[in-house]
Design a protein around this ligand. Structure first.
Ligand SMILES: *[C@@H]1O[C@H](CO)[C@@H](O)[C@H](O)[C@H]1NC(C)=O
Ligand SMILES: *[C@@H]1O[C@H](CO)[C@@H](O)[C@H](O)[C@H]1NC(C)=O
Ligand SMILES: *[C@@H]1O[C@H](CO)[C@@H](O)[C@H](O)[C@H]1NC(C)=O
Ligand SMILES: *[C@@H]1O[C@H](CO)[C@@H](O)[C@H](O)[C@H]1NC(C)=O
Ligand SMILES: *[C@@H]1O[C@H](CO)[C@@H](O)[C@H](O)[C@H]1NC(C)=O
Ligand SMILES: *[C@@H]1O[C@H](CO)[C@@H](O)[C@H](O)[C@H]1NC(C)=O
Length: 474
């Protein structure tokens, strides 16, 4: 294979902290339960589809996309097509736009790239990519930017969770085979983000949602972080996209300069990339060729000169402080724009005592932004948070609770609420679930201000601020 890279010196790169071209602050919502369905957010809808509700342990009944696909091999695709078609619609985009939302985070499973599913022992619904493309197109037209969040990883990244698509205690993500599949996914998503016009709203790709917090249980995650960044930058450099602060550029041989898949194939053998990156680029080629045919993108992928008009993507990671026990810091492997994600839920315990005053004292004195900045994990945004509490919250408290969280998160690059909506049914006790989990319901009830930048009370934290707090703990 021809070596088509010239002057690419990966060791001379500088770390960039800027997020070029991105709307800040971020006022966002997650599009949860759309392309990775979590039954707890639509319990009646899930039963209507044919799913089940397990009493305790989600591995014991049909409570995830994989167990559903296994139970209904013949109808799973049509059942999910209906869900994808109705859970997130053009109307939702209009409503979010009117509410001043400028960003969405889109949770995705590895199975959105269907060729990555090993159908000998894995089953997932097929056809999601077309709905993703349609939805991203609506968002682009509305001027809302999108983060592609690799939310459910091959082999699952954390045990016993519906959001991984397979509720199991056997965590196999942190292995060479599954790291490889995640890197191929990254190459495909990067190429689509830059080449498919429907992906024009995408500004960031998140490597992995919520890895296991105990870093001793995520072997070689640091190497994966490094490879994730390099896969994104390799695809961009082939396309002639400028990667800020990297000092990197390359020249593509004229013989492949109108066929992106050929250029990718040729480049994959460049010895400057680690073998894992080369292998991922190479394996992305046939997948992109197939997607090109299926999605009518063949001309763009194979017979068009590259038009490097797009901005380099933000490589997005959960922040280093998400993990403990000597975690690897993604800031150490930055090439070009990078940003960090932290999630904060009080309702699962372990953050503050279960009473309103403790919640307010904790959030008003939160040190996470400062702690991350100290180790280079900046800019940071809060990619998941909500209003849920461990106690029965009054409306009066929820006004303050929404204000105080927004105020604190506004000291970072912004916030992305979980979730844009949840079901309202008898099974959710009317709007009891949506009241504290749905942004659109919270907006309707007045907990959120119509302008996301506003607060009911800008001094909401004043009574709780503890001026002697200088600790870096959260
Ligand atoms: C759930 O059930 C599975 C299978 O019986 C078991 O392996 C796992 O440990 C259980 N998980 C919890 C949290 O009890
Ligand atoms: C779910 O995970 C288990 C444990 O890794 C695996 O054996 C099983 O094949 C997976 N199921 C599907 C449907 O992907
Ligand atoms: C983290 O995981 C290691 C390896 O499984 C274990 O020995 C250690 O006790 C865990 N740490 C905590 C705080 O649970
Ligand atoms: C583009 O390159 C790919 C990969 O090398 C190849 O399979 C395909 O036939 C090429 N397409 C055209 C139109 O030459
Ligand atoms: C300051 O705030 C922290 C929590 O943010 C709390 O643990 C601590 O007790 C407070 N100190 C005083 C003196 O109130
Ligand atoms: C919240 O209210 C419900 C219904 O009134 C009650 O059953 C429940 O025990 C309360 N929970 C707490 C934590 O107070």
């Amino acid at each position: 294979m021809k070596r088509i890279l010239a002057g690419l010196v990966l060791s001379s790169m500088l770390v960039a902290h800027a997020c070029a071209g991105q709307a800040t602050p971020i006022y966002g919502v997650n599009l949860g339960s759309w392309l990775v369905l979590e039954p707890w957010m639509l319990p009646q809808g899930w039963l209507d589809m044919g799913g089940q509700s397990c009493a305790q342990n989600c591995s014991t009944c049909i409570s995830t996309e994989s167990s559903f696909a296994k139970a209904y091999p013949d109808t799973v695709d049509t059942t999910f097509a209906k869900h994808w078609d109705t859970w997130f619609t053009q109307d939702d985009v209009n409503t979010l736009k009117a509410a001043g939302i400028n960003t969405v985070r889109v949770p995705l499973g590895y199975w959105i790239v269907e060729a990555l599913v090993d159908r000998s022992h894995e089953s997932y619904p097929r056809g999601g990519l077309n709905y993703l493309r349609r939805g991203l197109g609506w968002l682009k037209d509305a001027g809302i930017q999108a983060i592609l969040d690799h939310h459910a990883l091959p082999g699952v990244q954390t045990p016993g969770q519906m959001f991984t698509g397979n509720c199991t205690s056997e965590v196999q993500f942190y292995t060479p085979y599954n790291y490889h599949r995640a890197l191929v996914w990254t190459a495909v998503m990067t190429a689509l983000s830059h080449l498919d016009p429907d992906f024009g709203s995408v500004f960031a790709i998140e490597a992995i949602n919520e890895p296991i917090m105990n870093a001793t249980k995520t072997p070689n995650y640091g190497t994966f972080q490094k490879n994730f960044v390099q896969v994104i930058r390799a695809v961009e450099l082939i396309l002639g996209i400028f990667v800020p602060s990297s000092g990197l550029s390359l020249s593509v041989s004229p013989s492949v300069s109108t066929n992106f898949t050929a250029a990718l194939s040729a480049t994959s053998s460049a010895s400057i990339f680690p073998v894992e990156v080369q292998a991922a680029l190479l394996d992305a080629v046939p997948i992109l060729l197939e997607i090109g045919v299926e999605c009518g993108l063949q001309a763009i992928f194979e017979t068009s000169p590259f038009k490097p008009s797009r901005t380099s993507l933000v490589a997005n990671f959960m922040d280093v402080n998400w993990q403990y026990d000597n975690p690897s810091n993604p800031a150490d492997v930055a090439i070009g724009p990078q940003a960090y994600d932290n999630h904060l839920y009080y309702s699962f315990g372990g953050v503050a005592d279960a009473d309103p005053k403790s919640y307010m004292t904790s959030i008003c004195n939160l040190q996470r932004v400062q702690a991350d900045a100290k180790v280079g994990d900046s800019p940071l945004w809060f990619g998941e948070w909500g209003l849920p509490t461990q106690f029965n919250a009054t409306d009066e408290f929820l006004y303050k609770w929404a204000d105080a969280q927004k105020l604190t998160y506004s000291k970072s690059a912004g916030w992305i609420y979980w979730n844009f909506k949840t079901e309202i049914s008898t099974l959710t006790n009317g709007n009891a679930l949506a009241r504290q989990w749905s942004y659109l319901e919270g907006l309707k009830l007045g907990f959120f201000t119509q302008d996301p930048a506003a607060l009911h009370d800008p001094n909401v934290c004043a009574p709780y601020i503890n001026s002697t707090t200088h600790s870096t703990s959260s």
